[in-house]
Design a protein around this ligand. Structure first.
Ligand SMILES: [Zn+2]
Length: 105
């Protein structure tokens, strides 16, 4: 058995840092929400506030160093969506996943 011979992995470094990007969350939940600002027509830039429930494997060393692995997104609640350009004054609506709006090409 050759311990520590699994590629060029560095000690103390994880290949998958614990990052919950909205896209990753959406993939986990099986859908991607899209938005549109009806004030300025923006389809691509939004400040989205969410609450995400995550179950993960917390792995401690004897010394107490924690690494969090295998995150599973159990649910997500979107609390607020603001247009990046209009801010609170913008009016943002959620688009249907089936594509209520077809992107201009
Ligand atoms: Zn806007």
């Amino acid at each position: 058995m050759t311990r520590g011979a699994r590629g060029p992995a560095l000690r103390g470094e994880r290949r998958a840092p614990l990052v919950f990007t909205p896209a990753a969350v959406a993939r986990t939940l099986g859908r991607v929400k899209r938005y549109r600002c009806t004030t300025c027509g923006n389809l691509t830039r939004f400040d989205v506030t969410t609450t995400t429930r995550v179950r993960a494997f917390h792995h401690y060393t004897v010394g107490g160093e924690l690494s969090v692995e295998e995150p599973q997104v159990l649910g997500e609640v979107v609390e607020a969506v603001e247009c990046r350009w209009c801010g609170p004054s913008g009016s943002v609506e959620e688009l249907d996943a089936e594509g209520t709006v077809s992107p201009p090409s």
